[in-house]
Write a new protein. Structure first.
Length: 209
């Protein structure tokens, strides 16, 4: 099964994609995670992408599209199916999928109000060793694991100010994206517990699986 998971910044795309990938044995492909990995390893792409990401702006289409195409061509992706987290975000990105003959079976969109996004973004912490994402209030790391607590990091784009820019970028494109995928679109209320949201997403996947 081939799933696109979209939604505003910090709406839970990464969290739910990881759960869906595990449940349905899919490859989880996050362009945000791939770009952050490129920044950490200091590649040419990372150097170019970083300034956009730190400001909360979209990385130029040609860079993201090239990165995604390379990943989509790998055998595990073709064999197992995938959940695409945070791509496509622009019509040019949709067209790149069209040109490659890639059509999703389902496009899921998480709907979360802005005030909640602020809470989620400011409380997010992640573990650089495992990649696991926590939230200081909503999904706290185990209080007795001092080693984990010490190595938790906050993303450089996780300020309330940068969130506004990321949200603007999302709102400029989301209507066109939803229009383009209207036939396979399911909008899901993401302002509930992780498990409740997951139950709805799995139900939607079950209908196309
Ligand atoms: P990206 O990494 O995709 O960032 P984003 O879209 O802003 O989304 P986030 O990763 O911040 O949030 P999420 O929806 O994954 O939420 P999460 O599960 O972590 O992209 C980063 C940047 O890279 C972009 O700004 C852009 O520059 C660039 N980029 C990436 N893709 C691109 C593309 N295609 N084109 C151009 N540029 C691109 O959850 C958030 C927090 O909430 C966590 O703390 C979590 O624990 C908590 N949480 C999750 N679910 C719940 C729940 N149900 N209840 C309470 N808390 C919850
Ligand atoms: Zn994410």
């Amino acid at each position: 099964v081939r799933i696109i998971l979209t939604g505003p910044p910090a709406s839970g795309k990464g969290t739910q994609s990881a759960m869906l990938a595990q449940e349905f044995k899919l490859v989880h492909i996050s362009t945000g995670d791939m770009l952050r990995a490129a920044v950490v390893s200091g590649t040419e792409l990372g150097l170019q992408a970083r300034r956009y990401m730190d400001r909360g702006e979209l990385v130029p289409d040609e860079l993201v599209i090239a990165l995604l195409q390379e990943r989509m061509a790998q055998p595990d992706v073709i064999e197992r199916g995938w959940v695409l987290d945070g791509f496509p975000r622009t019509i040019a990105q949709v067209e790149s999928l069209d040109a490659a003959g890639v059509q999703p079976d389902l496009v899921l969109c998480l709907e979360v109000p802005e005030a909640e996004l602020v809470q989620r973004v400011t409380g997010r912490r992640s573990d650089p060793v495992t990649g696991r994402v926590y939230h200081l209030q909503y999904d706290p790391p185990p209080a007795d694991d001092t080693e984990l607590l010490q190595r938790l990091v906050q993303r450089s784009d996780d300020s309330e100010e940068t969130l506004r820019t990321r949200l603007d970028a999302y709102q400029q494109n989301v209507a066109k994206l939803k229009g383009r995928y209207a036939e396979v679109l399911a909008e899901v209320d993401g302002h509930r517990s992780k498990q409740e949201v997951f139950a709805d997403l799995t139900r939607a996947v079950g209908m196309v699986h």
